[in-house]
Design a protein around this ligand. Structure first.
Ligand SMILES: *[C@@H]1O[C@H](CO)[C@@H](O)[C@H](O)[C@H]1NC(C)=O
Ligand SMILES: *[C@@H]1O[C@H](CO)[C@@H](O)[C@H](O)[C@H]1NC(C)=O
Ligand SMILES: *[C@@H]1O[C@H](CO)[C@@H](O)[C@H](O)[C@H]1NC(C)=O
Ligand SMILES: *[C@@H]1O[C@H](CO)[C@@H](O)[C@H](O)[C@H]1NC(C)=O
Ligand SMILES: *[C@@H]1O[C@H](CO)[C@@H](O)[C@H](O)[C@H]1NC(C)=O
Length: 374
């Protein structure tokens, strides 16, 4: 396997310091920033998928640890040198209005290479963290997720009894969630994607990217996208979400098909979370929804793209699917679209941070759109 392993780091957490008697506790569940971690951290970690047990495992000799569960440092920065800031700006903002790091604001990092069906231990720890914060502050807890972290939160909430959610959860703030899946993992698994990291070729990073079960999990879900939408086009084949088996065979990655089968039902039906939701995402930016390859497929980058509206990484069609929950659960669902906001900037942008603060202060009505370009 390659020398540049995937990193196992995981997550981001936020903690802030609002006065004890008024600040509602907040737990942050970060997204999958694998490539970004690779750029900043050179600790190699690989997993192998076993078709018999249908489980992933680390390569022999490799230990993976997710440090700092319940603290904010692992999500504030992705590296020890504090170069790769992630939730730092948000945590800092919330600390300035009374939140305390590691106390009223906490991070719930996880091994993002694995889908939640292989992370049962994490889900138990998350439940215990919520209960602990509830007991300590005598207030129900807000959960905040970014990107794939929102699917982790949804899976977690879908597993809890409604009575538990009614008691312990105040609400779920989701930022940039690919609710109907994302097109990008198809490119990542086919030809690799270094996300602009210099010196690492896309094709070299591909082997590591094929070891994570979260990429197949996040493929465009069945049942939401038009069945004739072509996600990947080559001179010989157009692949829709009805053609995944063939896609995995043609890119010579059959384990990917098994990983997809094992994960497609985890959140693939978008069962309502059963808590009050604030669903926020960026719109108004060209975002690839079809990758076009030449004969070199899958061993070279796409030669062209078809774009649709989105946040530059995930299409707005997918992110807007949280609207389906309106009326499907007794708790309100609030949707705010941020015009001109990118997938990553949603965790830093001042207008987003102000809206999050506003929600945490207990004001639940939010605008349907906010323009961040002005
Ligand atoms: C909040 O409460 C904790 C323990 O209950 C205490 O250690 C901390 O100093 C308090 N913080 C504030 C800002 O009052
Ligand atoms: C997969 O797991 C089974 C059962 O633990 C084991 O016997 C087999 O050797 C494993 N296969 C690989 C390729 O590691
Ligand atoms: C939170 O915990 C981490 C790790 O123990 C520590 O380094 C950091 O100083 C703590 N932050 C605060 C504000 O206590
Ligand atoms: C793929 O779809 C495009 C657009 O509909 C079409 O022009 C092309 O002929 C199709 N290619 C194949 C191999 O079917
Ligand atoms: C996934 O869901 C589909 C449709 O609801 C069902 O037919 C299938 O058995 C499920 N698969 C697994 C592995 O649970």
């Amino acid at each position: 396997m390659g020398s540049m392993g995937r990193i196992c780091v995981a997550l981001l957490v936020i903690q802030a310091s609002i006065p004890n008697n008024s600040t509602p506790p907040l737990v942050i569940v970060p997204g999958n920033l694998g490539n970004r971690l690779e750029a900043k951290i050179d600790k190699p970690t690989l997993t192998c998928y076993n078709r018999t047990t249908r489980r992933s495992s680390n390569s022999p000799g490799v230990q993976v640890r997710v440090p700092g569960f319940g603290q904010t440092y692992p999500i504030e920065y992705l590296d020890d040198n504090k170069l790769a800031g992630y939730f730092h700006t948000m945590v800092e903002h919330l600390a300035s209005v009374g939140y305390s790091r590691n106390e009223t604001i906490r991070g719930a990092p996880y091994d993002w290479r694995l889908a939640p069906n292989e992370n049962e231990e994490y889900l138990v720890k998350l439940r215990e963290l919520v209960e602990e914060m509830y007991e300590q502050y005598q207030k129900p807890v807000y959960l905040l997720g970014h990107s794939m972290g929102c699917h982790y939160v949804l899976y977690f909430l879908n597993q809890q009894p409604q009575a538990w959610k009614d008691r312990y959860i105040k609400g779920f703030i989701s930022l940039g969630a690919p609710w109907g899946g994302a097109v990008k993992p198809l490119r990542v698994m086919a030809s690799g994607n270094n996300d602009g990291i210099p010196m690492i070729s896309n094709i070299k990073i591909r082997e590591e990217q094929r070891m994570t079960t979260t990429n197949p999990w996040m493929l465009p879900f069945d049942g939401f996208w038009p069945k004739d939408h072509v996600f990947v086009s080559t001179p010989t084949t157009n692949y829709t979400n009805q053609d995944y088996k063939r896609f995995f065979t043609d890119i010579n990655f059959e384990d990917g098909w098994h990983m997809w089968e094992d994960t497609k039902n985890l959140t693939g039906d978008l069962h309502p979370p059963g808590v009050e939701v604030w669903c926020m995402y960026g719109v108004g930016l060209p975002t690839p929804v079809t990758y076009i390859y030449d004969e070199a497929f899958p061993n070279a980058d796409p030669v062209d793209f078809v774009y649709a509206d989105g946040d530059d990484t995930v299409g707005s069609f997918s992110m807007s699917l949280c609207k389906r929950w309106i009326g499907k659960q007794s708790k309100p669902v609030h949707v705010t679209e941020f015009i001109g906001l990118t997938h990553l900037d949603i965790v830093y942008n001042e207008k987003v941070l102000n809206l999050i603060q506003y929600i945490l202060e207990g004001k639940s009505e939010t605008p349907s759109d906010i323009d961040v370009r002005v």
